[in-house]
Design a protein around this ligand. Sequence first.
Ligand SMILES: [Zn+2]
Length: 281
Amino acid sequence: MNQRSRRRHRRNIRRVRQRNRRLLLMAVLMCFIAWAGITNIKKQKEAEESKAAYAEQQKKEEAEKESEKEESKLVLAEESEKDKWYLKLVNAKNPMTEADVPEVETETLDSEGYQVDARIMDDLEDMFAAAREAGRSPMICSAFRSWDTQVSLYQNKISRVMSEDGLNEEDAAIKAATVVAKPGTSEHQVGLALDIVSSEYTNLDEGQMETEDQKWLIENSWKYGFILRYPLDKSDITGVIFEPWHYRYVGKKAAKEITEQNLTLEEYLGAEPVGDPTGDL
Ligand SMILES: [Zn+2]
């Protein structure tokens, strides 16, 4: 090989090497670009995924908040429902003082001059109209009582027990309270209670249960917002003996639920049982 051809040979080698380096550099560059691209796509995907997950989470939290709000609204509605005038609880555990007795606008029933809270008048008249239509003839024998009326009922009973049983006033008062409600503990004082008897049998005793009038009332009174307030076998809860003549207005919704679920007003309102049954005349 002469000098010229050796030089050419070396040049060729150099060129080949340079080309190889360029190729290598390009390959590295392409690899880098590809890697960067993949990483970028991956990152973008991850970012999108986390964005979607975040949005999903937000949505879930909002839905939860919304349902909590709905629930608390329901609880509030339920609570304020229980504060309604027609669900007022009056019993020996929840007595009223003379000052506590709500001022009630009463309306007088045509027949015997009995009075009730004017707001229950329409439902009461509907109930009696339906009873008459069904061939029944129930009669009201007690309705709204003023504070003074309840006091005199109670005092009279004490005097009678004192003279009949020879008891001192204190013992007579205890005995009287088993038949007549102490002033402040009777629902009659808020105009929402009525004693209703059969026109064929007017005694205030368990015999009422056998009358067709009473059977009709027990079966139908809830439709007009009334319940039999002191049912059999519930005296330890109501604190009042079985009275198949004492009806109480509680509104149609509560009357339906109380009747369907066989509850007392105390149970419906989640109130403490009264115990020691007494009378509510
Ligand atoms: Zn009564």
